[in-house]
Design a protein around this ligand. Sequence first.
Ligand SMILES: Cc1cc2nc3c(=O)[nH]c(=O)nc-3n(C[C@H](O)[C@H](O)[C@H](O)COP(=O)(O)O)c2cc1C
Length: 190
Amino acid sequence: MSKIKVTTVSGNLGSRSRTRSLVDAVVDGIAAHIVIDRTDIVVGELGADLGALTDPAAIPPRVAGAIAAITGADLLVVGTPVYKGSYTGLFKHLIDFVPPDALIGLPVVLTATGGTARHALVVEHQLRPLFGFFQAHTVPTGVFALDADFTDYRLTNPEIAARAAKAADEAVQIATLNRLAPRAAAAAAE
Ligand SMILES: Cc1cc2nc3c(=O)[nH]c(=O)nc-3n(C[C@H](O)[C@H](O)[C@H](O)COP(=O)(O)O)c2cc1C
């Protein structure tokens, strides 16, 4: 069986990131079950290229590469820090340039980190509707972690780690089913 292409999209802006650690925990859970070919996108690293982008017909190569990794994935793991009660602006700006029919049926794990538990439902109220727009197959278990769940930017709360593993299990099940019955968008392109 060929490798499953896993693309991660992390919405953090800083180079040290709890969000990336949470995304890593999910990917580790996926890799415990299946052989993966992993590509990581960090929106903060696309910085000026992404921030200055306004014309969909003139997407800079690095951003175009990120979008190709998203649309070409078998499985997506997304994460974002909560900024003002939602995903970061640059995260949304990248996703805004993904073609609307490119993620149909794609399994997507949704994760977020925040400073307060008051925003724990950002996964359900912000991320899930965004990927609902794309008709993606968001996995049922979303994962939210507080800053207090990390030590020196590493996820150290075992309860959150267990939830990340559960989300990973669900994602593997959906990605495996997609292998047996290719998702609509991929099938239509063949
Ligand atoms: C500009 C800014 C806005 C933020 N807004 C929120 C917020 O509305 N709710 C929240 O829970 N945390 C908020 N935070 C805290 C971050 O979500 C939290 O520290 C997160 O874990 C940072 O992730 P990172 O380490 O990947 O950058 C904010 C942080 C920044 C810098």
